[in-house]
Write a protein that binds this ligand. Sequence first.
Ligand SMILES: Nc1ncnc2c1ncn2[C@@H]1O[C@H](COP(=O)(O)OP(=O)(O)OP(=O)(O)O)[C@@H](O)[C@H]1O
Length: 594
Amino acid sequence: MRAPPPRDLTPLRRLWTYVRPYRALLATGVTCTLIGSGLNLIFPRLFGHLIDASFLRVGSTDTAPLDAMVLRLLGVFALAATFAATQSYLLARVGVSVVADVRRALFTHLLTLSPAFFETRRTGELTSRLTADAATLQTVSSNAVAQLLSQTVALIGALILLFLTSARLSLLTLAIIPIVLGTAFTVGARVRAISRDVQDRVADANAHAEEALAGVRTVQSFTAEPTETRRYAHGVHAALNAALHRARLNATLAGTMSFLTFGSLALVLWYGGRLVLNGDLTPGTLVSFLFYAVTVGGSVGALTGLYTQVMEALGASARIFDLLDEPPTLPESPTPTPLNHPAGHLRFEHVTFAYPGHAPTLHDLTLDVPAGHIIAIVGPSGAGKSTLVSLVPRFHDPTSGRVTLDGTDLRHHTLRDLRAHIGLVPQDTLLFSGTVRDNLRYGRPDATDTDIHAAARAANAHDFITALPDGYDTPVGERGIKLSGGQRQRLAIARALLKDPRVLILDEATSALDSESEHLVQTALARLMTGRTTLVIAHRLSTIRHAHRIIVLNAGRIAEHGTHTELLAQGGLYAELHARQFLQGQHETPHSAP
Ligand SMILES: Nc1ncnc2c1ncn2[C@@H]1O[C@H](COP(=O)(O)OP(=O)(O)OP(=O)(O)O)[C@@H](O)[C@H]1O
């Protein structure tokens, strides 16, 4: 999704809020730029004098004027170079600092957005905002500002000096410049449009590759490699075509510009040469003139290039600021109720929930979970089990009705307070890159090693952790050691134990573990659930037996509730799910599969 090229300058004004902290650096950089470009205006003059000092004195043995001139030239060059280097460093520093700040702000903001937001955006799109778009800002916040000023100074200065040097030649030059510029503008606009197209195509292809690589197992298990290859190749081909089109236009533009530039120089040289021959101009003045003319042309060219850069940066910043303006879809109460040591009494009161643009997933659902009770939720796939539990940490808010904790609507607490008391053990545990210790500490950064070991012991994880090559310091996660499903679950349990939440949400893994691993996970889970209000999406009979109550969810409604024995006796949906699974000989439990 690409915003149309913005016309208004609002994003630039907002960008300024990020540049402001570095305004002293920026001002110094800009000053250096101005001095540098002023110095650059002196040197064609000196160069002209140099030529007149040498070539007009053919036969003279006095080299003093020449020596003095060269010394002055060297001095001017050295000064200009010093200012240029200083400017380049200072402005680059402003640019990279601004980009770092924007990236930090954007990432921080993204993490506050609700799951609903991420369901509508591709991860690739978001990471490209953080990388490519942020990088584009670097140009405009440093380079473009300097360029704009220095080229304007150069342009105005050179134009004045041009007229002072030779008014007649200047008029000829000024007549040529619009032709050159007109060409550059017309073709340049086409190139820009196509560049955008190329970027879009590349982004599409990238998003594709990311999806396929992230789900490489699914791709391989379906032997869908050829399909994915074809889809990616298709994207790459589109990008290639667009890029070739751009290359052709660029080549044409470069050729035309080169000819026009040098052709104009030849024309000026021709007319200027006649002036020299007539004695109206010295050769040195002609050379100065040519230099100034080149400066004028160069500045105009640079300024048009700058226009492109600024437009690109405007587009990039508009996209970044759009994301930064994305409101967290869950409103936070302006006057939150503090949440200290909740008992953990959860209530769903007439909760109806619909995903945006969909029919309701949960219908007028009422459920009371007394503090410390374990409620198992079972039901066919798509019944709304995950949706129901996702309301507790407020990943979503009910469309109507309310969820309360100890009698207070969840929406009256801050998300931070609320989530501090909720533990989540998902089906598939995500381990972050880092050591086992880092991963365990995730929910409680201040946990001591003693706490960590105690939690790991209670989660039946200590033994396998100490058997790892570096024990608690073994790297896990994407680039670390691979752990089995059961081991990861036990790490997740230890992590939750460390956090010690009042309310626990458990999505039991559906994949079967071997009986020993199963036993270790089950005893760990039992320890974790003890004394906590627990909602568990249950797949295993042992968990269900521990539960105070079982809720059978069907099509977003509570179809049945009671204990295992009661529900079996009722001979309803639960009994049916149970019998089906039993017959299939998979788990001896009601599974979420239909
Ligand atoms: N983000 C979403 N946007 C729209 N509809 C959704 C979304 N997530 C889930 N649904 C729909 O809501 C219904 C309930 O889904 P949910 O994941 O809560 O069921 P579930 O009982 O947990 O299923 P399973 O056991 O298969 O995980 C399904 O029909 C599903 O298609």
